[in-house]
Design a protein around this ligand. Structure first.
Ligand SMILES: [Zn+2]
Length: 177
């Protein structure tokens, strides 16, 4: 789907040192990211940088392609608790849930997306330790949204088109992913 950004929302699409998140239609957002073979200092620095950028943008999740890096690293902060997930994989999913999503790479646009209600995700943490989490609701939604980014998939590919709408984001809006 071709998204045309209305003039009054173009201010959200600035990319510079102050606003480092990559926005559509950047090609990097549509490419699959490669698995991290070995977690090193470079990846820890990447994760720390992503957490900083996510917080500054008042987001609850961010994937490495959104900062121009095609590696399988995401950060999420459901309920404010930050997690780094490297090579995340959903090993189990159950139930259906429809909820509104937005995306820091498509700022101002929101719409309903159907996701699994419960997931089990397996990943490596910031230090390369294997971790597994059970998540539901909002946390599960955020992780599914971020893992989609690693496959070049955006929420607009899955959105219920009838619900798609533009809205100026509030700084404390929890929906920006
Ligand atoms: Zn997103």
């Amino acid at each position: 789907m071709q998204i045309v950004v209305p003039d009054e929302f173009k201010y959200l699409y600035v990319e510079d040192d102050e606003h480092p998140i990559v926005k559509i239609p950047a090609e990097v957002l549509r490419k699959p990211a490669r698995a991290v073979a070995k977690i090193g200092k470079k990846h820890q620095a990447l994760a720390d940088n992503m957490l900083r950028i996510m917080r500054k943008a008042h987001g609850v999740g961010l994937a490495a392609p959104q900062v121009g890096v095609l590696e399988r690293v995401v950060v999420v902060a459901p309920q404010g608790r930050a997690m780094v997930l490297v090579n995340p994989e959903i090993v189990k999913s159950e139930g259906d849930s429809i909820g509104e999503e937005g995306c820091l790479s498509i700022p101002g646009l929101y719409g309903d997306v159907q996701r699994a209600e419960f997931i089990e995700v397996r990943a490596l943490d910031r230090k390369g330790r294997e971790v597994e989490y059970e998540m539901e609701g909002m946390a599960a939604r955020i992780v599914q949204h971020e893992i989609d980014h690693l496959d070049g998939v955006l929420f607009i590919d899955k959105v219920d088109l009838a619900t798609l709408h533009w809205m100026h984001p509030y700084l404390d809006d929890p929906r920006a992913e």
